[in-house]
Design a protein around this ligand. Structure first.
Ligand code: CA
Length: 364
């Protein structure tokens, strides 16, 4: 090998080495810097179980399925400080995405409350059927289009309990003047029966109930109630009527979503639907596990259902309020009519399937 051959070999080795290094650094760069960096604002605090976990699951799925091309940073209310400003922030593009509950926008746009849950409304399987196959997604799209935001189901709590009461409710008279924390439309309905409805931040609920500033409250169900400790100070746990299938929502800024390539839009849609359904399964499991724990530690907790005449009256007031609002709001009426007619159909099936099965197979 002569000198010049040696030199050209050295040159080739160096060139190959450099190009490998260069390619290597490019690959590392591609992994470190995703093409799409999104931010999501959620209504919930940091480390909030179940709800927050559903959001994290969606973000993880998007990252994995897109091979790191898209990443979503999650900001809790501790960071953005505006738990009830999520819709506005997504609308303005300050955040590309949000996670919240549609009934929180009742004061802003009353038609949006239907997409979470309604008193005496559908159960979770019935409501999912309405969303995906009964026209619900189209109506949700139409209602949110006015806010330039897309909305997707974001996880279901399943049937919520009617709340923790310090005293038993035996008749309508026991509701007169009763101070209860119950937000949303259900609060409006209960106030028609004389309940004094208040809304208190989550962190102050236990103390308010303990000191008697309120006589009752509703939160979710055993899945999230156990950690709040209400069972230690209120012995009556009422069955639900007001939130039979609370569905949370992912909100996405329309412009930002439309600007994504088709594969990322498909990945996001899939990840959101999967995370939503997963939260429903998780809620069912955690409620079962936690109810078992509550019963073991506090065997004196009494399960109660509101007397029939109270339920009948709540139904009347509920329908009256809905019809009143529908009378001068076309969008509201369209969604109400759709839910009412779909529920009639789907309930007839539930009656001869799940309901018939459970009725004949539940033993105390
Ligand atoms: Ca609730």
């Amino acid at each position: 090998m002569n000198k010049s051959m040696k030199f050209s070999r050295l040159l080739v080795t160096l060139l190959v080495g450099f190009s490998l290094l260069f390619a290597g650094s490019l690959a590392t760069k591609a992994e470190a810097a995703p093409k799409y960096n999104w931010k999501l604002a959620m209504t919930w605090p940091t480390n909030f179980p179940i709800f927050g976990d559903a959001v994290q699951k969606m973000a993880n799925l998007v990252k994995e399925m897109s091979n790191g091309e898209m990443e979503i940073r999650i900001d809790s209310k501790n960071k953005h400080k505006a738990p009830f400003g999520v819709l506005d922030m997504v609308k303005a593009g300050q955040y590309e995405m949000g996670h919240s509950a549609s009934y929180y926008w009742k004061g802003k746009d009353v038609s949006l409350m239907f997409f979470t849950t309604m008193p005496f409304g559908m159960t979770a399987p019935e409501q999912y059927a309405w969303f995906y196959y009964g026209g619900g997604m189209e109506l949700m799209g139409k209602a949110y289009d006015r806010h330039k935001v897309y909305s997707f189901p974001g996880g279901n709590t399943g049937n919520q309990m009617g709340g923790w009461f310090r005293k038993e409710i035996k008749s309508e008279a026991d509701l007169k003047g009763l101070k209860m924390r119950i937000p949303g439309f259900a609060g409006e309905v209960l106030s028609k029966l004389g309940v004094v409805v208040t809304n208190i931040p989550a962190g102050e609920l236990y103390t308010a109930l303990d000191r008697g500033n309120i006589d009752a409250l509703e939160w979710v169900g055993p899945s999230l109630d156990l950690n709040m400790g209400f069972h230690k100070i209120a012995p009556y746990y009422y069955t639900g009527w007001h939130e039979p299938a609370t569905e949370l929502q992912f909100l996405v800024n329309q412009k930002k979503f439309d600007a994504l390539p088709a594969n990322l839009r498909a990945i996001m849609t899939t990840a959101m639907e999967l995370a939503a359904y997963d939260m429903y399964s998780r809620s069912m499991n955690d409620s079962a596990v936690n109810w078992d724990l509550i019963q073991k530690d506090y065997p004196d907790i009494k399960i109660r259902t509101f007397p029939k005449e109270i339920i009948a009256k709540l139904k009347v007031e509920n329908n009256k309020l809905l019809d009143e609002k529908a009378a001068n709001n076309a969008m509201f009426k369209e969604i109400l009519d759709s839910q009412r007619s779909y529920m009639k159909k789907v309930r007839a099936w539930t009656k001869i399937s799940d309901f018939a099965y459970l009725k004949d197979n539940i033993s105390e």
